[in-house]
Structure formats: structure tokens, C-alpha cells
Unconditional design. Structure first.
Length: 175
């Protein structure tokens, strides 16, 4: 695994180094020792899948508030997505800035999102499937979000969403 820093502190793109032979490919998607060697303290407690049948489905931007703030490792297992992390850490030099990464099954990459960042994605293909490895149990009462088009954050999306939940449309502005 290779760990590439992004413009947001703690948001890291992880690139796999698959081994190929006539059977196909094998790659390690997470390793406690590998993450620790890269300075990332992360041990998953839950793994979830997000199945998205339609292109331009938008999910997010979501986070969990303390004391259940979460770190997550997100990987696209099928298709491709425009994945966004938004820094909501008030003491961060990149507060209110975002970074986007193309996650795809073809690229075999992932993104690590630390506590204090919101996360969302827009599917770029039909039938996109994402895997989330999360370090703390889901706490519905502490779930929060930021609207995808909040002018306070000026996130550049490659397309408008064709599918989005009412909850994600209803997050208030932060401007």
C-alpha cells in the first residue's frame, strides 16, 4: 500500500499494489501494521456497503459528532465516484476546505477520512458500490451533515445530483 497525502491534513489517498497472475489479482485493502507505519491510528469496528444503482446519486456530506466522531476508510468496489472530504475542524489550517478524489474499482484506491471531516460522494457510473470501514459504531443521534451545495464551502461537483435524499437536501447553510 502507498499512502499519499492530500491538501487536507489527515485525508490520505491509499493506493493498492495488487499482485497479478493468471488467476487475477490479489491486494491488501487494510493492514494495522501498514497504517501504523504511515502514522495512521485506525482500527475498524464496522464495515458497511453503499449500493447505488443510478449514476449521479449523491450521498452526503455526512459526519458523526463527538463523542462518536469517526474515522473511515472508503473504497469503491464497483464503478466510480467523485469522493469529497470537507474539513470541519475549526482549529485546522484547512477549515472549510474540501478535497475530491476519483475512487474507482479500476484504480483500486481508497481514501482515509479522519475525525472532524464530513464525507460525501457523487456516483459517476450506474451500479457503484462503496465499502466503508469505520472505527466507531454508528450513533444515529450524533449523525450530522452539510448540504452538498452550501455556498460556504463552494465544493465543485462534476454534475448535479439526479438522486439525493430529502435529508441531504435539508441540511442548513453554514454561511
Amino acid at each position: 500500500m502507498r499512502f499519499n497525502a492530500t491538501a487536507l491534513p489527515g485525508v490520505i489517498e491509499i493506493l493498492a499494489d495488487p499482485a497479478f497472475d493468471d488467476r487475477g489479482a490479489f491486494l491488501r485493502s487494510w493492514s494495522r501494521a501498514g497504517f501504523a507505519a504511515a502514522g495512521i491510528d485506525f482500527e475498524p469496528s464496522e464495515v458497511s456497503l453503499s449500493e447505488n444503482p443510478r449514476r449521479h446519486t449523491l450521498r452526503g456530506l455526512h459526519f458523526q459528532a463527538p463523542p462518536a466522531a469517526e474515522c473511515k476508510l472508503v473504497r469503491c468496489l464497483r464503478g466510480a465516484v467523485h469522493d469529497v472530504a470537507l474539513d470541519l475542524r475549526e482549529d485546522s489550517p484547512t477549515f472549510r476546505r474540501s478535497v475530491a478524489i476519483l475512487l474507482s474499482a479500476e484504480r483500486r484506491n481508497a481514501v482515509f477520512i479522519p475525525r472532524g471531516c464530513a464525507h460525501g460522494f457523487l456516483t459517476l457510473t450506474d451500479d457503484a458500490v462503496l465499502e466503508y470501514m469505520i472505527d466507531v459504531p454508528h450513533a444515529p443521534a450524533l449523525a450530522g451533515g452539510v448540504r452538498w451545495d452550501d455556498p460556504a464551502f463552494a465544493i465543485a461537483w462534476p454534475a448535479a445530483p439526479a438522486v439525493i435524499s430529502q435529508r441531504d437536501l435539508a441540511w442548513p447553510d453554514h454561511g
